[in-house]
Design a protein around this ligand. Sequence first.
Ligand code: ADP
Ligand code: MG
Length: 349
Amino acid sequence: MFNWMRQRLCPDLAIDLGTANTLVIVQGEGIVLNEPSVVALQKGTRRVMGRGAAVGKLAKQMLGRTPENITAVRPLKDGVITDFELCEAMLRYFIEKASRHVRGLRPRVVIAVPGGITPVEKRAVFNSAERAGAGRVYLIEESRAAGIGAGLPISEPIASMVCDIGGGTSDVAILSLGEIVVSESVRVAGDEFDEAIVEYMKQHFSLKIGTQTAEQIKLRLGSAYPLEQELTSEVRGLDTISGVPRKAVVTSEEVREGLKPTLEAIVGCAKTVIERCKPELVADIVDTGIVLTGGGALLRGIDRLFHEQLGIPVRVADEPLNTVARGAAICLEHLSEWQDRFDTGERAA
Ligand code: ADP
Ligand code: MG
């Protein structure tokens, strides 16, 4: 009864604090916020621009387009918190925006954080969430949330494997009995795909483009495996020799070639995890396979590449961009049973 009333009065929050996107789920309402993890700042002042207006979507549009006096920053770019103060400002903005309608009680908040963050960074996330109005804060590793969100039987004595390909990092983990048995993280993911495209266009087309344009190309025609119908797209950029704007036509084969080394690094990370795993668990994985989550899992043909390289079954999670948030939301529902699986601050100090 108490729980029911509490939920009505003050719904709890689940947050996926990603390097590229932050998602917030309000218990009982689903995803209420889904925005880029970007903050725009006035240079020199450290003031977050025009309060509210320049965090998230708007701030992302500013990346690479800012005038002299403004900078747009991603506080978690490589999976580590590069700027604590900004991370706090951003988290605070998102929590306040998501819980606008919640007054009085302080919501409990489950936050999925990148696997590699340090105790100091964890502390910063706790403090930021508390200052932003959270009651009790529970941290959970992204990989675990991804496994739960993808519907894997992670609590059972059988190995489950997930590979989350986000913006800044790719995180691979094998879970069993509710614990992470082996995990590995590389700072190679969606951002690196974009940078590889920038580099490719420079090398092979003498065309200078920005990372946002590169991301558009990736979404439009990026792939990890030959496509049944290869695609082409027009790209605008700056000719690196003449220095004037120019168009070029790029094909999906070319983009794939540009992405190859980056993809190899991610597959390599998964191979390392399998190698480091106990034989019994490897035997499970041969049957149960690997689930891909995160935005990178949407790259065309990435499942086929993983299958070819690892020789195990591969599945892309449903709505891979939301998997971690969904997993965190499931954790909210089981807070009391799963208490000991969360980091609640005491141990993170
Ligand atoms: P994070 O958890 O680090 O915030 P996300 O899981 O939100 O990252 O994934 C963001 C990344 O996914 C970005 O690099 C984005 O370009 C990429 N992405 C999103 N959609 C697609 C798609 N359809 N194909 C390829 N990459 C995609
Ligand atoms: Mg993520």
